[in-house]
Ligand binder design. Structure first.
Ligand code: GLA
Length: 717
């Protein structure tokens, strides 16, 4: 509920278990008052100017949107240059925003059109105006009470005759309660995404971000924060936030000498420029934020449910996928793919995906990117006969694209060498022998739309794997510095147009694995490729970091070869399945290299997964053990009505001689009796929820590295 008290000029945003408050002060400034879990949100911490204490101390107020002008020495979310007619060389760099009005709207249409009915929400729009300069800033707060989440963004309108130069712009600034200095973020690289780090901020500023046109592997735009020592996995107030943006982004955490902690999230200020023409409005993407009273786990569960209900384009459970990349790489043929498809269907796969190499002259990474026509060399009869065969086998058909790229050795590049990001006369750095198309050019976007549309119109394609395999260098674009935003906008626009024209088409976001995962792309895609690293033990850490913000419902996880292609490590089939069954299960092994007995094992696991996938894909996640603390990763998914759960343990490292107690379960119905089923559907125990939450799974103490187990729990009475 959102309430405005006109006597005190206070706004109160009340979530199911949280509270957020702001006020308009005597000078018309919008100040932050309180934020936290109920019944005791953190209040009364707003600092006002201590009169006469020190001539240096006049910037203590918590402005909802700190702007450069009254604030100059601390971080700001907004900096604008206004033209100065009396001294054109001295633009006015001073923004002073005062409250001019607000409106509250219930259940307005959400950007991801199909999801607006799934969860109630209210939107507060507060107008702030500079009394001298022609700028209106509308701060927007969309409250989703069920998750204690507020989606925040701002809209900037130029009401004057001249263009305005926006020099810095965040989507929102968050005021955490003083002392909330322990921050968790993730960092990584190709094949090592989502490595979690948690540390206490010193006084100063700490930033994570990316200077490219996709979200990136190096960091991911979300955080969790708390007071050191005041939160655990399942207890204590934890604040969190995530950006809905796939362009160049930055999150900055500012810990001031006063103890204040602020989080700024928005456009990366490096190489940033935004010109706001007369009469125009710029709407930023959103900075989604929230608070949990139940520790880091509670923060993750809120984000997961919010993403499932209010971000993703649809709620349907995701099918079991087969991807032939690691089985055949570029050695594609109709017969080879059809043979794999027959075996995939026989073991229970529901979606068969042909990866890179089906088009143009793409027989290796050296050539062909950009030429989106089916290669007659690879598929002499075209692709449709294979698609028909896959459909006749009862599976959906998926296809790989990399629509933002071009190989210099391609017809597209030969025809349009200017269509790539570059500075005239300067080198064009190739990475993986490819260059990035200039999505600042509308004609490039139209060309790509038409190319993809032609393939989709002529074939019955159910799923696209949308890949993006390099960072940007030499960012010369016809859009100028706006390319850091325009590229992501171009990708979003293409995806939106395709989804509109082909409403049954599902999309996967991939950028060399998990390089484009954020709440902006998630409005348009059904799932993501988490990492090219499919080594189950490495995956435990990648998936643990991923799970801090993102739900299992989108986390594609494959079982691949016994000897892993990325790490060379040999792992049992059970470990590979137990780890992959924690997300959207996929298979990437060469099925032709497996014996009948091995294929039967695959089929057994896939059937097991199908019996409980609704629990993994829609349930609440409890991280019972974490790699950081226990060297093991034990996850429990529980359906919201507590009728079913999935327990999954995997030991990463275990010291001989150290006793490993079974992890106590959580979130079950204490008075109900659960049957505990193994993968053969055999009941191995009947225990009450209370027993399971006190003792864990009896006997689950064994634990050399690689030990793993998945169990399905169901209430029997
Ligand atoms: C990227 C993806 C892989 C695969 C290859 C194909 O690396 O992450 O899954 O699709 O491209 O070239």
């Amino acid at each position: 509920m959102i309430h405005y008290n006109s006597d005190t000029r206070t706004f109160n945003l009340t979530g199911q278990n949280s509270h957020y408050a702001m006020m308009v002060d005597g000078d018309g400034r919008l100040l932050h008052l309180a934020w936290g879990p109920t019944p005791n949100p953190v209040t009364g911490h707003n600092r006002f100017t201590p009169p006469g204490q020190s001539s240096f101390e006049f910037q203590g107020q918590r402005h909802e949107l700190p702007a450069y002008g009254p604030i100059s020495v601390h971080e700001v979310a907004l900096k604008v240059s206004f033209p100065n007619p009396s001294a054109p060389d001295h633009p006015i760099r001073d923004v002073r925003l005062v409250y001019t009005g607000h409106e509250i709207e219930e259940n307005a249409q959400l950007p991801s059109s199909s999801s607006s009915l799934r969860t109630p929400h209210s939107t507060l729009r507060i107008s702030l105006t500079d009394s001298l300069q022609p700028l209106i800033v509308t701060l927007c707060y969309r409250l989703f009470p069920a998750y204690d989440i507020i989606e925040r963004w701002c809209e900037l309108t130029n009401t004057g005759p001249d263009p305005l130069a926006i020099e810095k712009l965040d989507f929102a600034a968050l005021h955490l309660p003083p002392g909330s200095t322990e921050v968790a973020t993730v960092h990584g690289a190709w094949a090592a995404e989502f490595t979690a780090q948690r540390h206490v901020l010193p006084v100063g500023s700490f930033s994570v971000g990316h200077r490219s046109v996709q979200t990136g592997h190096a960091f991911n735009p979300f955080f969790l924060a708390n007071r050191p020592g005041h939160a655990t996995e399942e207890s204590g107030p934890v604040y969190f936030g995530a950006l809905a943006f796939s362009g160049a982004w930055q999150l900055t955490f500012e810990h001031q000498h006063s103890g204040d902690v602020r989080v700024f999230g928005g456009y990366n200020p490096f190489d940033f420029a935004l010109t706001l023409p007369s009469g125009k409005t710029h709407t930023t993407p959103a900075f989604v934020c929230g608070v949990s009273g139940e520790g880091w786990g509670g923060a993750s569960r809120r984000l997961h449910a919010f993403i499932r209900d209010a971000v993703l384009p649809n709620a349907a459970p995701r099918p079991v996928l087969y991807n032939s990349w690691e089985a055949t790489y570029f050695a594609l043929s109709h017969e080879g793919q059809a043979a794999l498809a027959r075996k995939a269907a026989a073991i229970g796969v529901e979606l068969f995906v042909v990866d890179d190499g089906w088009f143009g002259g793409r027989r290796s990474p050296l050539s062909g990117l950009g030429d989106w026509t089916v290669s007659p060399e690879v598929f002499p009869r075209g692709l449709q006969p294979l698609i028909e065969e896959v459909h006749a086998l009862g599976m959906q058909f998926g296809l790989w694209f990399e629509p933002e790229m071009v190989n210099p050795d391609s017809d597209l590049y030969r025809q349009h060498p200017d269509w790539v990001l570059h500075f005239p006369g300067r080198p064009r750095t190739e990475a993986r022998m490819q260059l990035v198309l200039d999505y600042g050019r509308p004609e490039v976007i139209d060309h790509i739309f038409n190319a993809l549309d032609a393939i989709l119109a002529a074939h019955d394609i159910d799923f696209i794997k949308w890949d993006m395999n390099r960072n940007v260098t030499e960012p010369g674009s016809v859009a100028g510095k706006a390319i850091w935003r325009a590229h992501a906008a171009g990708v979003y626009g293409l995806m939106d147009r395709l989804r509109q024209k082909y409403p049954n088409l599902a999309l996967q976001s991939c950028s060399g694995g998990g390089g484009r995962v954020d709440l902006g792309i998630l409005r348009r895609v059904d799932q993501v490729w988490t990492s090219d690293n499919t080594d189950a033990l490495d995956r435990l850490g990648i998936q643990e970091g991923f799970s801090l913000a993102y739900p299992a419902r989108i986390m594609e996880a494959w079982v691949t070869h016994e000897k892993n292609h990325q790490t060379g490590r040999v792992l049992d089939l059970s470990t590979r399945f137990d780890v992959a069954m924690r997300g959207v299960l996929g298979i990437g092994s060469d099925l032709n290299a497996l014996s009948e007995a091995e294929l039967a094992d695959f089929a057994g696991y896939i059937a097991f997964y199908k019996r409980f996938r609704h629990v993994v894909q829609t349930g609440d996640l409890y991280r019972l053990e974490t790699l950081a603390e226990q060297g093991a990763s034990t996850w429990l998914f529980v359906l919201p009505d507590q009728s079913e759960a999935v327990y999954s343990v995997a030991v990463h490292d275990h010291l001989i001689g150290r006793h490993r107690a079974p992890a106590a379960l959580r979130g079950l119905n204490p008075t109900a009796v659960y049957t505990v089923l193994d993968r053969h559907d055999r009941a191995i125990a009947h225990l009450s929820g209370a027993d399971l939450m006190a003792q864990g799974i009896p006997g689950d103490t064994f634990g050399p590295a690689g030990y793993s187990r998945t169990l399905h729990l169901k209430i029997i009475k």
